[in-house]
Design a protein around this ligand. Structure first.
Ligand code: HEC
Ligand code: HEC
Ligand code: HEC
Ligand code: HEC
Ligand code: HEC
Ligand code: HEC
Ligand code: HEC
Length: 219
């Protein structure tokens, strides 16, 4: 099945006809089984496709649209965080830039392993950054895109070659073991919250100040 890049709430789409009485997840999954078959499945999938997709069948024609677009769709079930510092893409409702709405290979259906996900906007001089000259959109993971303006607003990190160290200070590792928990690994989320924070620079919950942060791992 070919990949569909973008559906807006208003887009009319050609879809195989489904009888009204058959509009339920079981029917959908006969043709779209991959939407519920992966390592990590969004809990919402168990609640039914029609919680996000509006399906109407009339005059031998089935039309499928989204109930809402962008962050508004997610906000039907996920209330926005009220912290004082909100991450740009979170605030803008660009949830799909980081999350697949259905399934994925990573916890939270993130579109890549954490550091790769974050560095898709915060990496410097990435040779794989593609800008569409007509739309001025920057292609990101999973067929997603943001405007060149949004992309440029994301501060770029000066990392060491290979991108596995060099932040927040010279030589600091970004991968490996987390000294706080032997089962956890170091990543951007060791220090940052992906959505929001009470502190500047999206410091992870529980941290009281930046000095506190260092002391969590360095006695
Ligand atoms: C008989 C098989 C079949 C069933 C049943 C089915 N689909 Fe589809 N669906 C398709 C095909 C074929 C496409 C077109 C894929 C493409 O465009 O590449 C498609 C495309 C879609 C698309 C993308 C929009 C588009 O037209 O490309 C959505 C969203 C979708 N289906 C949702 C659903 C939902 C929700 C249900 C259950 C109500 C459902 N489908 C049931 C076969 C089916
Ligand atoms: C119909 C309700 C519903 C909608 C709409 C919805 N979610 Fe969820 N989502 C849930 C429920 C229920 C859970 C599990 C409990 C929780 O974490 O709140 C969940 C959990 C999650 C999780 C944690 C991992 C998981 O699957 O348990 C992520 C990430 C997530 N949702 C992202 C999104 C994004 C992004 C959108 C918009 C594209 C969205 N959700 C829209 C109901 C929904
Ligand atoms: C939490 C909301 C949510 C639920 C629940 C949901 N979808 Fe979707 N679905 C979306 C969004 C958002 C898109 C558009 C993705 C994009 O624009 O990148 C989409 C796109 C699709 C597409 C076309 C693009 C693609 O990724 O292949 C298909 C097919 C599809 N959904 C099928 C289903 C089926 C079948 C179910 C139920 C088993 C389902 N969806 C449940 C949110 C949801
Ligand atoms: C910059 C990337 C990014 C953006 C944008 C983003 N998220 Fe997340 N989100 C994450 C990451 C990373 C996690 C943690 C995943 C994990 O468990 O490792 C997460 C976790 C979640 C969870 C489960 C844990 C929790 O916080 O409740 C939900 C629900 C969620 N996101 C919903 C959303 C919604 C809704 C939006 C848009 C308003 C959104 N996310 C935007 C990266 C992002
Ligand atoms: C879609 C692009 C995009 C992705 C992906 C992304 N960011 Fe950002 N990020 C931005 C933009 C734009 C800003 C600047 C606006 C702002 O301050 O939030 C920003 C700002 C930040 C800031 C500085 C916030 C401040 O208060 O100055 C931190 C820290 C950050 N991001 C961490 C992360 C982490 C961690 C991830 C991965 C979970 C991530 N970002 C993924 C776009 C992105
Ligand atoms: C060991 C903790 C730690 C880890 C891991 C970490 N950061 Fe940071 N980050 C910080 C601190 C502390 C600051 C504030 C530095 C300052 O204000 O000079 C910061 C600042 C930032 C900023 C804002 C830079 C600016 O110029 O405003 C961004 C963006 C950012 N981090 C992204 C990331 C990304 C992406 C990752 C993963 C690749 C990551 N961080 C991993 C601690 C960390
Ligand atoms: C999530 C845990 C964690 C946090 C938070 C953290 N570090 Fe680290 N840091 C490590 C690990 C792991 C290493 C590599 C092993 C080691 O040297 O202890 C390291 C190494 C270092 C090194 C040696 C780097 C080198 O060149 O070898 C310095 C200096 C350092 N950290 C300073 C800081 C400062 C300053 C902060 C606060 C801004 C901080 N760390 C926050 C986990 C952390």
């Amino acid at each position: 099945m070919s990949k569909v890049s973008r559906l807006s709430g208003e887009d009319m789409i050609e879809h195989p006809f489904i009888e009204k009485k058959d509009i339920r997840s079981e029917t959908c999954l006969t043709c779209h089984p991959e939407k519920k078959d992966a390592k990590f499945v969004h809990t919402a999938l168990g609640m039914g496709c029609t919680n996000c997709h509006r399906v109407t069948s009339e005059n031998n024609k089935t039309t499928i649209t989204l109930l809402a677009t962008g962050g508004d769709l997610c906000a039907i079930c996920h209330a926005a965080k009220k912290n004082s510092v909100l991450h740009g893409p979170y605030k803008a409702g660009q949830c799909l830039v980081c999350h697949d709405p259905h399934t994925g290979d990573h916890p939270g259906q993130t579109r890549a392993e954490i550091n790769t996900l974050c560095l898709s906007c915060h990496g410097r001089g990435q040779s794989n950054v593609k800008v569409n000259p007509e739309t001025q959109l920057v292609a990101l993971l999973g067929n997603q895109s943001v405007s060149l303006d949004d992309y440029r607003q994301a501060p770029k990190l000066e990392l060491d070659r290979g991108g596995t160290s060099g932040h927040p200070i010279v030589g600091h590792p970004l991968v490996g073991k987390d000294p706080r928990n032997k089962d956890a690994t170091l990543s951007c989320l060791s220090c940052h919250d992906p959505h929001s924070s009470a502190l500047p620079k999206l410091m992870a919950a529980g941290v009281k100040s930046q000095t506190d942060l260092c002391a969590e791992c360095h006695k």
